[in-house]
Design a protein around this ligand. Structure first.
Ligand code: NAD
Ligand code: TYD
Length: 341
């Protein structure tokens, strides 16, 4: 039986590395090519345990580099392309949108063009619930209009719709997924959950934006990986699928839960200025994917406990990250803030 070749772009990041682990756990007969630029968010430590696997190939490179992408298609002839590569942090997009527009839009174009030229059985564009913008009541369906409100979500919307256009115009086998906020192992400690867990472990303050009542819907990264694989094999070409976590929480609830799990005092919470253009609430209706047959496998409480424990057990993974460029960024935004070294 011929084995499937997956081209995973951005596979050294949080969700991409979880997805590659998931592929090797699920399939014996699979080859994975990981194209990743290794920005500050990409970390080959995330895949250290499989780097000797002969069915895994890591290529350091930029999805905007059409030469590298062409060579990969010619040499490895991927069956499937799953595009995780992106600049992904909203706060950074507010300070420096350029890289977001480049990777999250132009990079998608380069991958689409190569797929059109060399052929692909399925192209999954990993989009996000943030493309819909904020919603006060109810939940967004796949038919809801896109109203992105920061440079990250706007550039992701561009990549999302560009991918769709290659289905509509060239009849390419494109599927788009829009997931809610993920949590789990290997998430770079600039995002809410790993930042707060690691700060709390170091008895540093937890900078909660605004009134702490913004709402996010939390999806365990392993459920996200299962959903992507499900959509790859059972989804319909040209369709968009929302992937909801079904666990909407105010940021203050998440913060208190983390402190409780780590047995740390609430005095670590520090209310800071709100993020500019901060979306109040994200909420997805995932019934389309449920009707297709996907079910979430992990409950929020259990998966959060496991996640927090993972950061407790892997301090050697995150401690080096809380220095260098990250430290500079952090200090700039919170000048009187906490020392991280
Ligand atoms: P991440 O920032 O942890 O990882 C992104 C990866 O992409 C990194 O390894 C980085 O080195 C790589 N990368 C960046 N620019 C690149 C380029 N030009 N060429 C090649 N590689 C490049 O992000 P993540 O949280 O794992 O998110 C992965 C995808 O999922 C993104 O597309 C994001 O928009 C989407 N998404 C994320 C969430 C979430 O909660 N994290 C939710 C929904 C959707
Ligand atoms: P984040 O993890 O950056 O994801 P996103 O902005 O893509 O949803 O933030 C999640 C929520 O947590 C968001 O409402 C902003 C808030 N937040 C804080 O209150 N403090 C922080 O230091 C960070 C990083 C986020």
């Amino acid at each position: 039986m011929s084995r499937n070749v997956y081209l995973v772009t951005g596979g050294a990041g949080f969700i991409g590395s979880n997805y590659i682990h998931f592929l090797f756990e699920r399939y014996e007969n699979v080859k994975v090519v990981n194209l990743d630029k290794l920005t500050y968010a990409g970390n080959i430590e995330n895949l250290r345990d499989i780097e000797e696997n002969e069915n895994y190939i890591f290529i350091k490179g930029d999805i905007c580099d059409s030469e590298i992408v062409r060579k990969i298609f010619q040499e490895h002839k991927p069956d499937y392309l799953i595009n995780f590569a992106a600049e992904s942090h909203v706060d950074r997009s507010i300070g420096n949108p350029e890289d977001f527009i480049r990777t999250d839009m132009y990079g998608v174009y380069v991958l689409l063009e190569a797929s059109k030229k060399f052929g692909i059985k399925r192209f999954i564009q990993i989009s996000t619930d943030e493309v819909y913008g904020s919603i006060d009541k109810g939940s967004f369906t796949e038919e809801s209009p896109l109203m992105p409100s920061n440079p990250y979500s706007a550039s992701k919307s561009g990549g999302d719709r560009l991918a769709y256009s290659y289905f509509a115009t060239y009849n390419m086998p494109i599927i788009i997924t829009r997931a809610s906020n993920n949590y789990g192992p290997y998430q770079y400690p600039e995002k809410l959950i790993p930042l707060f867990v690691t700060n709390a472990l170091e008895d540093e303050q937890l900078p909660l934006y605004g009134d702490g009542k913004n709402i996010r819907d939390w999806l365990y990264v392993k459920d996200h990986c299962i959903a992507i694989e499900f959509v790859l094999h059972h989804g319909k070409t040209g369709e968009v699928y929302n992937i909801a976590g079904g666990s909407e929480k105010e940021n203050i609830q998440i913060t208190r839960f983390i402190l409780e799990l780590l047995d740390k005092p609430e005095s670590l919470i520090r209310y800071v200025d709100d993020r500019i253009g901060h979306d109040r609430r994200y909420s997805l209706d995932s019934s389309k994917l449920h009707h297709l047959g996907w079910q979430q496998e992990h409950s929020f409480d259990v998966a959060m406990r496991e996640t927090v424990q993972w950061y407790v057990d892997h301090q050697d993974w995150w401690k080096p990250l809380k220095s260098g460029e990250y430290l500079e960024f952090y200090k700039k935004h919170y000048p009187e803030g906490m020392s991280l070294t």
